[in-house]
Design a protein around this ligand. Structure first.
Ligand code: ADP
Length: 153
């Protein structure tokens, strides 16, 4: 099973969409392994968005991500990283396919509802960045027998 990081961005908190978005991941069949509200600092955002540091919108995205607290979640499932990216949709909410989270709830390239890890390497780094080991819970998920065939997990 893979674990992946999802951040419900300030735009999601401000628009009252926390429950809607979490419900998408829950209904898909992902197991919630960790969740908390945090107010992200410029320091952690500089690290998190280091791949965008040369972009003209670097400071603006950091300001947007720290305008209020966010919800950070760890979701687990078979191929969870790709499954979550598929549910999320492409970066630009105006271009994201209907049915995806960004496609259904966002009109923006920047204010696009969620961050989702894009590879196993990134997921491992990002989960460590936002969660302590004891904040990730490995509990029995009784739904599992109804979610997967026995050779799928
Ligand atoms: P994704 O979140 O889809 O993996 P990136 O890692 O490329 O996309 O970018 C991180 C975040 O930076 C995006 O989710 C979005 O909020 C913001 N962003 C990316 N490109 C732009 C842009 N051209 N203008 C404004 N914000 C952007």
């Amino acid at each position: 099973m893979e674990k992946t990081l999802v951040i419900l961005k300030p735009c999601t908190v401000q628009r009252g969409l926390i429950g809607e978005v979490i419900s998408r991941f829950e209904k898909k069949g992902l197991r919630l392994a960790g969740m908390k509200m945090v107010w992200l600092t410029d320091e952690i955002l500089t690290e998190h968005y280091a791949h965008l540091q040369d972009k003209p919108f670097f400071q603006r995205i950091k300001d947007s991500m720290s305008m209020c607290p966010v919800i950070v979640c760890c979701w687990e499932g078979v191929d969870a990283i790709q499954v979550v990216r598929n549910l999320t949709g492409v970066t630009n909410g105006r271009k994201a396919a209907p049915g995806t989270i960004r496609g259904d709830y966002s009109m923006s390239m920047q204010e696009n509802i969620v961050h989702a890890s894009d590879s196993p390497e990134t997921a491992a780094i990002e989960l460590k960045r936002f969660f302590k080991d004891e904040e990730i819970f490995d509990y029995e998920y009784r739904n599992q027998l109804a979610l997967y065939a026995s050779d799928e997990y």
